[in-house]
Write a protein that binds this ligand. Structure first.
Ligand SMILES: [Mg+2]
Length: 136
């Protein structure tokens, strides 16, 4: 099973960093699509088959929370797994996201923590050998 991922973040540097970290996780990746804000992210959801969305909160044009609201209102995207990747520090905000079934990773993060969160959603179990690949 190859995972098609959508990275939504206004920082191109952060998108390429997350993309690199994803490759280090040993997860079976398919296509990695990118968008610079929530509006572009919604456009990408309409154009491509996406299995999981990694979503920044603070972005111009349309924030991650606004994009999430739009997704939840659209039956095609309402149940899509979303991981919010943000520097957002408010526990209240994070709890609100968790109540919506959204996973949360605080920037900066390690490949291991990203892999564990993705695995907890998609239920992919890696061989022990994969675990060591990015550590060596
Ligand atoms: Mg941002």
């Amino acid at each position: 099973m190859a995972l098609n991922v959508l990275l939504v973040d206004d920082s191109a540097t952060m998108r390429s960093m997350i993309s690199r970290v994803l490759q280090m996780t040993g997860l079976p990746l398919g296509e990695i699509h990118q968008a610079a804000n929530g509006r572009e992210g919604l456009d990408m959801l309409g154009k491509h088959w996406i299995d999981i969305v990694l979503l920044d909160i603070n972005m111009p044009v349309m924030s991650g929370l606004e994009m999430l609201d739009e997704m939840r209102r659209n039956p095609n995207h309402a149940d899509m797994p979303v991981i919010v990747v943000s520097t957002e520090g408010s526990e209240k905000r994070i709890d609100e996201l968790r109540e919506q079934g959204v996973k949360f990773i605080r920037k900066p993060f390690t490949p291991e923590s990203l892999r564990d969160v993705v695995n907890s959603i998609v239920g992919v179990h890696n061989e022990e050998s994969n675990e060591n690949e990015w550590r060596d």
